[in-house]
Design a binder for this molecule. Structure first.
Ligand SMILES: [Mg+2]
Length: 186
């Protein structure tokens, strides 16, 4: 099934994309962000990272970065700019992590709306293809990233022990729905 996602505000390049294409991550990781090989992103020309926060950096019920996650983020931020980009309205939760790392952040990002992400891209002053958006959700993170032409990475949600939640019901549901639309997500 191919569904036209075009709206009058879309750019011509994006308006031709089908929903199937928009739901397909460029990279489906088998682990959490902390297990993502950073060198692969750098090798393919990625020069900045826009990162979801809830269940990508922080576990569902926790507000502290798992040690391996913090280590990954510190290594990443030594090599390229990071921006935390969350639909969560809590400035204390999202801003607390951003402050710990010393990176900019966006709350109430409204993913998959494009406006707030456009503003982040404007601030980075990089072509979208050189920016990776990493998150755990298909219909917010992957969709908004693909709508603007970023390199999209779907990671496993992280649990309180810093391990991947392999049976996260929201990600499983969204992946199932995306596959129904024709996106292979494998
Ligand atoms: Mg998330």
């Amino acid at each position: 099934m191919s569904v036209n996602w075009a709206t009058t505000e879309d750019t011509p390049a994006v308006s031709r994309a089908s929903l199937t294409d928009l739901l397909q991550p460029d990279w489906v990781a088998q682990g959490t962000l902390a297990e993502l090989p950073l060198e692969h992103l750098l090798e393919r020309g990625i020069r900045a990272l826009v990162l979801d926060v809830d269940r990508t950096l922080l576990p569902h019920r926790g507000c502290e970065l798992p040690p391996a996650m913090e280590q990954w983020l510190r290594q990443a931020q030594a090599q390229l700019p990071l921006h935390l980009f969350s639909n969560n309205p809590s400035r204390s939760r999202i801003g607390g992590v951003a402050e710990q790392l010393g990176v900019p952040f966006t709350t109430s990002a409204g993913k998959p709306r494009r406006g707030p992400l456009r503003r982040v891209l404007d601030g980075l002053a990089l072509p979208p293809a050189q920016v990776a958006l990493v998150g755990d959700r298909v219909f917010t993170d992957v969709l908004v990233g693909n709508r603007l032409g970023l390199f999209t990475v779907l990671v496993k949600p992280v649990n309180a022990d810093g391990q991947p939640c392999r049976h996260d019901r929201w990600q499983r549901l969204e992946v199932s729905l995306a596959r129904l639309s024709g996106a292979p997500i494998s």
